[in-house]
Ligand binder design. Structure first.
Ligand SMILES: *[C@@H]1O[C@H](CO)[C@@H](O)[C@H](O)[C@H]1NC(C)=O
Ligand SMILES: *[C@@H]1O[C@H](CO)[C@@H](O)[C@H](O)[C@H]1NC(C)=O
Length: 512
């Protein structure tokens, strides 16, 4: 269940940070050319050999994939390249894959709770310990991550060089300082490192003087967390394992997450989007002279809402074009703040000034801000047979129109929608002379659709709303005749039409 959530969010984040992965793409093409002559290093497992193979390994990595999955296809050459590099690592690290969509492997997919593709797991001690793979998806990144994962969870720091190599000022690093590497506190620290090793890097030392920040006279036991933001270093002394886990999770979350082209921010951006909190995102030009005052004001407000269900991110507008598209934002609205709640409602304050952050967030919290919806501009000319509806015209042109409206929700890239378009055109032309019937379409990727009214799970989705407000989903055949038939059966007669019937039929009515 958690992993499905992760994949949905991940796809969203990927779309946000697409554009930062140019180097990754180059790497892909480079590795593909080398592929052809080499043998396969990734082990192919299935239900018949899975447990036997895994049982023989202290450390094995398994990708659960489906042959049709696009992300899996993209991963495949990277995964193979990583497998070839890691096969000569000492000791060798084995990478395997299972086609989890294959009927015969469904049992394995169930056992590992696979709900999305690709899902990668690290299995330790012959499969007794299962760990989620949370590393990168390019060959180089996979190799680096797995080298670390297959070694000890915590590295001993014996010199300032060791310390500087580990504590690079870019990642979260957790270091235990101990007078000796034994005792219950050291054991609990070790338990912490095993528990969180897929998310954080750990070190341990006998000498706090080797560490770059923090009180150097401490002898421990103490846990010191280094982070590239906020107060940079925090100490903690409760060695209860759960308390340690909670401390690390909390201390490693930035008060304000930064989003720009710097890849070292990426893990924090992913963490931000995985958090169930409502999300306040402030987009501005990071190079503008106001950036610093925005950062400091935003920081103050974020601090104020810490632990109150609202997380903050500041994004450089230049790196955020995909987010702008997703939320339907425009460059001339920058600086702006947008809040998205966990149930998908959005609130927007465009052309924001630094001093307005605090008061606007307060208004939002008090329920005094109206939700924002994404909309294309209302078209000036709407004279094609099929009328164009946008989020901002839905109310007037559908709900309050007093007409019988057939509305298609489509996506520009959807092939089935393209097939349906000429048919809807014919329907619209046939009914053009009927003033009480409207055939319309809305680009559901560019306009927010009220999800409490329309259930749009795929494209195209067709709804019919009669003049009196009766709402039906159309699931009939996709021919002109089927659609017209349905409209005529379910339409209401408007008052005008009722009155007109007593006198004389309008011309053109009869032929319908
Ligand atoms: C070690 O962790 C266990 C389990 O969380 C806890 O009961 C114990 O008190 C901890 N030991 C110390 C010295 O904090
Ligand atoms: C951001 O601000 C800098 C400095 O004021 C300016 O040179 C740059 O053009 C701005 N970028 C955008 C996209 O407005």
């Amino acid at each position: 269940m958690a992993s499905r959530l992760w994949i949905c969010t991940f796809v969203f984040i990927l779309s946000l940070i697409a554009g930062t992965s140019a180097s990754e793409t180059e790497y892909t093409s480079a590795s593909e050319t080398e592929d052809s002559e080499s043998k396969e290093f990734v082990l192919n497992l299935d239900h018949s050999n899975f447990h036997e193979t895994v049982g023989k390994h202290d450390f094995i990595v398994v990708e659960f994939y489906a042959p049709w999955c696009g992300h899996c296809k993209k991963l495949a050459p990277e995964y193979e390249k990583a497998a070839s590099v890691l096969s000569s690592h000492d000791p060798p690290v084995t990478l395997a894959k299972v086609d989890a969509s294959d009927e015969t492997n469904k049992g394995l997919a169930g056992e590992f709770e696979i709900s999305g593709f690709p899902t990668i797991k690290i299995l330790r001690n012959g499969g007794k310990h299962i760990q989620e793979y949370k590393g990168p998806r390019d060959a180089e990144g996979i190799v680096a991550y797995l080298k670390k994962q297959s070694g000890p969870a915590s590295a001993e720091i014996k010199s300032t060089e060791d310390a500087n190599a580990l504590i690079d000022g870019k990642k979260i690093i957790v270091v235990g300082v101990f007078p000796e590497f034994s005792g219950e506190k050291f054991e609990n620290f070790t338990a912490l490192t095993e528990k969180l090793r897929s998310d954080y890097e750990f070190g341990h030392t006998l000498d706090a003087k080797l560490l770059p920040h923090g009180e150097s006279s401490v002898t421990g036991p103490i846990v010191r967390l280094f982070k590239p933001f906020d107060e940079l270093v925090v100490d903690f002394q409760d060695f209860n394992v759960d308390a340690l886990v909670e401390f690390v999770e909390e201390a490693s979350t930035p008060i304000v997450t930064l989003f720009n082209n710097d890849p070292s921010n990426q893990p924090f951006v992913i963490k931000f989007f995985n958090n169930p909190n409502a999300k306040a995102m402030l987009f501005l030009n990071f190079s503008s002279e106001l950036a610093d005052v925005f950062k400091s004001k935003c920081h103050d407000v974020a601090e104020q809402y810490k632990g109150k269900g609202l997380s903050f991110l500041m994004g450089d507008a230049e790196a955020s074009q995909n987010a702008f598209q997703y939320f339907g934002l425009r460059d001339d609205q920058v600086p702006l703040i947008i809040i998205q709640t966990s149930d998908g409602e959005k609130y927007l304050k465009p052309n924001l000034e630094p001093d307005q952050i605090s008061s606007w967030v307060k208004e939002y919290k008090e329920g005094n801000v109206l939700p924002y919806r994404k909309s294309e501009p209302i078209p000036e000319a709407n004279d094609e047979p099929v009328k164009v509806i946008v989020a901002d015209s839905l109310q007037d042109n559908v709900f309050n129109s007093g007409k019988n409206v057939l509305l298609e929700f489509y996506a520009p890239w959807c092939g089935h929608c393209k097939n349906l378009a000429p048919i809807l055109d014919e329907v619209a032309v046939s009914l053009e002379s009927d003033a009480d019937v409207v055939i319309a379409k809305i680009d559901a990727t560019a306009n927010d659709v009220p999800i409490d009214i329309f259930d749009v799970k795929g494209y195209p989705t067709l709804y019919f709303r009669s003049a009196s407000g009766n709402l039906l989903q159309y699931n009939g055949g996709r021919t002109k005749e089927d659609i017209i038939d349905f409209i005529q059966k379910n339409r209401d007669k408007s008052a005008q039409q009722e009155a007109g019937k007593d006198e004389q039929q309008e011309p053109g009515k009869d032929e319908l």
